[in-house]
Each structure stands twice: as structure tokens, then as C-alpha cells.
Design a protein around this ligand. Sequence first.
Ligand code: NAP
Ligand code: ZN
Length: 347
Amino acid sequence: MATVRALAIPAAGATVEPATVERRDPRPDDVVIDIRYAGICHSDIHQANEDWGPAIFPMVPGHEITGVVAAVGEAVTRFAVGDRVGVGCFVDSCGTCEACVAGLEQYCAAHPVATYNGRDHDGAPTYGGYSERIVVRESFVLRIPDALALDAAAPLLCAGITSYSPLRHWKIGPGSRVAIVGLGGLGHMGVQLAHALGADVTVLSQTLSKEKDGLRLGADRYRATSDEATFDELRGGLDFILNTVSASLDLDAYLSLLRLDGTMCNVGGPGDPQRHLAYSLIQTRRNLAGSNVGGIRETQEMLDFCAEHGITAEIELIGAADVNTAYERVLASDVRYRFVIDIATLA
Ligand code: NAP
Ligand code: ZN
């Protein structure tokens, strides 16, 4: 066991404070990673506040991790000391169920082992990326392409893959009319990725305050959802809506924007039950769906796609002392477009 510095939340709703956690000695198939950067995902805040139900405390959040390999177990073949690597939302899965065999570990029938606020197969709580070091099985470690800076690449491990996976699953490409709802961490990745895949992209944001950024990131148009005219203009015209909003929306209003057989995919995870009228789907055979991050193979594909297309996250790099303020700013939709913690400031 090794004791490492971390940032932890001691109890539900409490603020982040310095702490230490124990990391296991590497097993034969483990990679020991010196963490350099950890992104702040809105999911960190949902879980710290128990928006999704009871959580495990103390909690060390962080599932957008990049760093450098510090040591490898003797059976590790794909990584060596000094390699630039990443870890996303889960660090293990059963490996044998239908989903795992298909490379969709995020849908593991036995539930994947979450990077934090989860329990490893031996029952030990997992601790995430707001820490100096993590020990992860080789098959759950990603390679960060040389073209991507380690700090700006961190958010790709969750915000990037959570946007990429549904865009690929619903075969978004040239000719697709896509709307991205919410220009936060996930949304700003969704805009870049949908644009790179060749789609016509509309951003639906609460106001026009980030319009310039949205257009620069690749949107073809930017509309405010506070303006009724937006819904009149776009009604029945979209093939696909990626909803990245962390709060409940008027689903009927958004579903009305879909054409025949169109799909609205929710990736945003508000804690409240979501409601919609049956006829919002029935009327033109619309689909309401959800999507959970992405599998390991697809995450590597996304990282390579981002490197090839010059896509990365736009980040505000912060020190360990600024995390609580960053949480407040995320909750106020005041993020452009991802806070990333410089782990060197934990020292
Ligand atoms: P974020 O950076 O806070 O972005 C969310 C955006 O939603 C905000 O920037 C804002 O965009 C919009 N928004 C916030 N409150 C709103 C409200 N009351 N009404 C309308 N729009 C609102 O959050 P994130 O890190 O991108 O995460 C977004 C959601 O996805 C969270 O719920 C998170 O837990 C979830 N998530 C899910 C997965 C998954 O696998 N499915 C993975 C990661 C995260 P505008 O200012 O542009 O309106
Ligand atoms: Zn996340």
C-alpha cells in the first residue's frame, strides 16, 4: 500500500479538502500512474451532493485523468514507464457478460467498477483522479496521442467520449441535422465532434452569451432556448438532439424539434424524474434515448479521432485551492468549458 495526497469530500454536500488515500501495490496486470491533471465533471458535483442517491464518503472524485506511467506489473505488455496515459469513468468490469465481450464495458451486466464512488471486486471503495497517483488494470488504461496536450486531453476521458459515443451510435455524419443542448463541458465537445463528423450543428443554449464560442467551435447556428422563436424556427427539422443539460428540461418542447424517426439522446443526468407527453413520441415515431460514456475501445478511437482532427477540450487550469470555487461556477453555468486541476498543486 502507498499513501498518496488527494482532495476529498468528507460527507454529502461538504466542500473539497486535502486528504490522503491508500493505493494498492501493483498486481501483475496493473499500471501505476502519476496523475498530472484531473478534469472536473458535473457528475463529480452530482455525486458529492448525492443527487443520484447514497454515495460513498470520503469521496475522491475525478474520472477525467491524464498522467504518466510510473511503474508497471510484470504481466503488463502495452505500457511502459514514461508513457502518457489516461483513465476514464471506470477501472474494471466483469469481462465476461455480453456487453463486456462486445467492448461495451460501460454497460457491464455486473456494473462496471466506477473510478470513484464505486467498489472494487474485493469490496474496497474506489478513489478517483483528484490525487497524485492511481493504480489501474492495464486493460482500462488509455493511450494519449502525442498530438494532445495532457491538460486539455483530460476532459476527453469523460466529456469527450460521452459526446462521441452517441454521435457514432446514431451514425451522425454528413447530412445529419444535429442540435447540442447546453454549451458546458460535454456540450463543447459535442459541437466539435459533430462538426468534425460532418453534421450540420445547432447549439441550443439558455442565452446567446456564448454564441461566438459556439460558432468558433464549429456550430452552424446558435440559438437561445429562452427565446420562444427558437422552437418555432426549428420545429420538426432535426435528426438528432444530444441533451447535455444537468437539470430537467421541458422534454416535450425539445422532442417537437425532431423530424420523423428523429432521436433525442439524454446524456445529462439530473437527479429528478423526467416527464414527457406520450404524443411527443407517438406523433412522428420519435425516439427518446440515453447513453452512458463509452467503452474502452471506443474511448481510444475517440482520442485518436481528436488527435487526427485537432480537437481537444478548452480548459481553465486551476490549482487544488480553487476546486470549491470551480464547483460553484459549474453550478452557475459559468464554465468555459472545463475546469482541470493541476495535480502538481496538491504538493
Ligand atoms: P456542465 O459543464 O455544467 O454543462 C451543463 C450545461 O447545461 C451548462 O453549461 C448549461 O449550458 C446547461 N444548463 C445548466 N443548467 C441548466 C438549466 N437549469 N436549464 C437549461 N440548461 C442548463 O456539465 P457537464 O459536465 O457537461 O455535464 C452535463 C451533464 O451530463 C451532467 O448532468 C453530468 O452528470 C452528465 N454526464 C453524463 C454522462 C453520461 O455518461 N451520460 C457523462 C458525463 C456527464 P448553457 O449555459 O449553454 O445553457
Ligand atoms: Zn464525467
